[in-house]
Design a protein around this ligand. Structure first.
Ligand SMILES: [Zn+2]
Length: 281
């Protein structure tokens, strides 16, 4: 694919980007790693542990001090390069919490980076400084329970919470549709000028875009309620009706999203599960 792999793209003063070579049906052209700062640098979402990508990041950093390596969440396309980059630069790994797998049950699957070990976890509203300018953690659970966005100046690094090319995958048990909607509403009440997502182009109309994403999920919820109101249905049947013409590679993810809606609707007392079948309550 023709994309700027391993090349430094300067987006605006103090914000640059390097695209990793891990394209897929879930990552678009790949993971975009951001470099914040001018005299010193914070690296956001170091990405997959690929030699070419780490080399490109080292080159982009040049002789500058790395203040922090920051992860929005611990999916394998985001955090695995944190440790090797920390070893190269001596910088601390700062940002999202590791998933507390022991205490919350089997929430993770192969998509999670179980080796992620931060030096410092940022809670909602905590910040570090780069060139004297804060990088603020904004807790946005939903895509994963540990997801953070980072606010920097009048920009927001949105990780996978808001993406520039596709809707976000929200799959239980770690993904949570109600939390995801609350986290979108949280962004709706903020006023950043532009979003820089980990996948896809920058979002230059964030307020409108977030309202659109919320509307899209509410439409999906309505559609699912209508389908299970007609008769009891298993998830694959709901997917076939709700996502006509879906890319076959995305059927499993769509099933996960439908499940996320159903779990949320069940908690609100609107649907019931009987074995494989879901029906209106
Ligand atoms: Zn992710």
């Amino acid at each position: 694919m023709d994309a700027p792999y391993a090349k430094l793209e300067q987006l605006e003063p103090g914000i640059a980007r390097v695209l990793a070579h891990n394209p897929s049906a879930f990552t678009y052209y790949g993971t975009q790693t951001y470099l914040l700062g001018e005299r010193e640098v914070a690296v956001v979402d170091p990405g997959p542990d690929l030699p070419e990508h780490l080399g490109a990041l080292s080159e982009a950093i040049g002789g500058r001090a790395v203040i922090a390596i920051m992860c929005t969440h611990t999916h394998r396309d985001h955090s695995p390069a944190a440790r090797p980059l920390a070893d190269r630069t001596g910088a601390p790994i700062v940002g999202c919490a590791p998933l507390a797998l022991e205490t919350v049950g089997p929430r993770a699957d192969a998509a999670f980076d179980g080796d992620y070990a931060p030096d410092r976890v940022l809670e909602d509203g905590e910040a570090i400084e780069v060139d004297g300018k804060p990088v603020l953690a904004v807790a946005t659970p939903g895509h994963t329970s540990n997801h953070l966005c980072f606010s920097y100046g009048d920009t927001l690094l949105t990780g996978d919470h808001v993406m520039g090319w596709s809707t976000t995958v929200v799959v239980p048990p770690d993904g949570d549709m109600a939390e995801y909607m609350r986290s979108l509403d949280k962004l709706r009440r903020r006023d950043e000028r532009v979003y820089y997502p980990a996948h896809g182009p920058a979002v230059t109309n964030p307020g409108q875009y977030v309202r659109h994403l919320m509307g899209h999920r509410m439409q999906r919820e309505k559609q699912i309620l209508k389908l299970v109101g007609e008769r009891a249905r298993p998830i694959p049947d709901i997917v076939a009706n709700a996502y006509p013409g879906l890319d076959p590679r995305l059927i499993t993810a769509a099933g996960g999203s439908v499940l996320a809606h159903l779990v949320d609707l069940q908690r609100r007392g609107l649907v019931e599960q009987q074995g494989e079948l879901w029906t209106a309550a």
